[in-house]
Design a protein around this ligand. Structure first.
Ligand code: ADP
Length: 471
């Protein structure tokens, strides 16, 4: 089959979170299965753009409301990522360093989607399936079906949308409805949810299939979906939850060049200890104590706001028998509180505010435990990376965390699970971690079990193919 993935992120071109990891890996694994998967994304001004060679594939123009814009599609020359990668350049809109966070994001991603669909109707390869990711590609199924400029040429192409995070929906006021190229007015309900154009809701209504990044998340969305609960209930017949995989080639402690000491399941005890020492030296932490890390966006969804109080109480209640290291960025008040604690507990606590891919790998390798108290976790990749690196995940039992982590108290378990995103539950889990750390044989047996688990895309990539084929 021929598949075109449309996304705002793709690792290593541009990544803000799990979406980037998924789109950077899934197409590669689909190609390995004998299909042809390609990716199209905006041409941000990132390092990857400057470090690689490109050919112009197509030049076109269209309108965003009254404004006409030119766009250029370029293609990476050497198939470096294991799939064909296309970037869309739109002068004045997509030529930025960051992915999101600009005042005109609505205009940027509307123009991106229009350019992609316009290119598609001219393109030499007609994909069998267009695979849209999150709300930044959510209007594509509508445009393919109901916009007069495109629907004739694209009528045979199926579409699916994958929801990586339903909190963000791409709301557009009706005052900007003229951004959408001329469409069948009887269908305006297919754009709408609760009195605004809602890109994600439109994708869910118009795509031929809807997938979420874990089975549990699909269940949860029927009850908590930031206003879209009824829509998920209504569309459940065409929805399916497929657990994300991880890219075992990128995330492999035996070959990972981001970490200082490579190791495998054969020698993880020495390997992890050496990586831990590097981290502890760098961040002034006591390497003899259990090291718990957090890596991620410092936002309410990740329950980052409860981390400062949980850490403070855990350090006191264990009589300083535990260390914490935090890496992340997000809400300014949470960043401030996380940073502020560093002065209070030298030797037991440190934090880096920012995004740092290399450091994140060193942390997966050097930590003993990785904590994720998330309120919402559609799939979560961190816990799967932790498992691969022999680091015990401590997770709230929700979404994909529930689907991937078995508590160490259960038969064959290898993680620590807790129920509430609360300070009390985190402290209790920290005490469990401190206890198990005192029993190296138990801990190492658990590490062996977790490193044997195969969470790679090999399985899930085939699930997506099955979904496409069902169309
Ligand atoms: P999200 O909801 O943010 O997409 P996921 O668990 O699906 O969460 O994916 C998070 C990805 O982003 C992981 O690869 C994680 O290592 C990475 N990540 C998050 N924050 C940072 C950071 N500050 N520095 C480096 N990597 C980060």
């Amino acid at each position: 089959m021929e598949i075109l993935h449309i996304s705002a992120e793709c690792y290593p071109v541009a990544k803000a979170g799990g979406l980037g990891d998924v789109v950077g890996a899934l197409p590669k694994y689909q190609n390995k299965l004998g299909h042809v998967a390609r990716v199209v994304m905006p041409m941000y001004r990132t390092k990857f753009l400057h470090d690689n060679e490109w050919d112009v594939d197509f030049k076109g123009h269209h309108r965003l409301g009254p404004r006409s814009f030119d766009y250029t599609i370029i293609k990476e020359r050497h198939n470096k990522l294991g799939f064909d990668l296309y970037l869309v350049d739109i002068y004045g809109l997509l030529d930025r360093e960051k992915i999101y966070g600009y005042d005109d994001d609505v205009d940027r991603f509307a123009a991106f989607q229009i350019a992609v669909v316009d290119w598609l109707r001219h393109w030499q390869f007609k994909p069998d399936v267009v695979h849209c990711h999150d709300h930044q590609a959510g209007l594509v199924p509508f445009m393919m079906k109901y916009c007069y400029d495109f629907n004739y040429a694209l009528s045979g192409v199926k579409s699916i949308i994958t929801i990586h995070n339903a909190q963000y929906q791409g709301w557009i006021g009706w005052d900007k409805s003229f951004y959408i190229p001329n469409y069948d007015n009887w269908k305006h309900g297919m754009l709408e949810w609760q009195n605004s154009i809602n890109s994600l809701a439109s994708g869910i209504k118009c795509a031929d299939k809807v997938t979420t990044v874990s089975p549990s998340y699909l269940e949860e969305l029927r009850h908590a979906a930031n206003g879209l609960e009824n829509l998920f209930e209504y569309e459940k017949g065409k929805s399916v939850g497929i657990l994300n995989g991880i890219d075992n080639e990128v995330w492999d402690p035996a070959t990972d060049t981001y970490i200082t000491h490579q190791y495998s399941i054969e020698d993880f005890a020495e390997g992890k200890a050496a990586n831990k020492k590097v981290l502890c030296d760098q961040f002034n932490l006591d390497e003899t104590k259990p090291l718990i890390v957090f890596i991620g966006r410092l936002v309410g969804e990740k329950a980052a706001d409860i981390l400062p109080d949980s850490i403070l109480a855990s350090i006191y209640s264990t009589q300083k028998d535990v260390c914490f290291l935090i890496l992340g960025s997000g809400e300014p008040d949470v960043e401030w509180r996380i940073n502020n604690l560093t002065a209070q507990f030298p030797g037991n606590y440190n934090a880096v505010i920012g995004y740092n891919e290399k450091l994140s790998h060193q942390m997966y390798a050097g930590a003993d435990f990785l904590i994720m108290p998330s309120r919402v976790e559609p799939c979560g990749l961190n816990q799967m990376y932790a498992l691969r690196y022999g680091t015990v995940p401590m997770v709230r039992s929700t979404g994909g965390l529930r689907d991937t982590v078995v508590d160490m108290g259960d038969e064959g378990g290898y993680g620590i699970r807790f129920i509430h995103a609360s300070v009390g539950d985190v402290i209790h889990s920290v005490h469990r971690a401190v206890e198990v750390f005192k029993q190296p044989e138990v801990l190492n047996a658990m590490r062996t079990r977790m490193m044997e688990i195969d969470n790679s895309w090999d399985n899930s990539a085939q699930h997506y193919i099955d979904v496409y084929q069902s169309l």
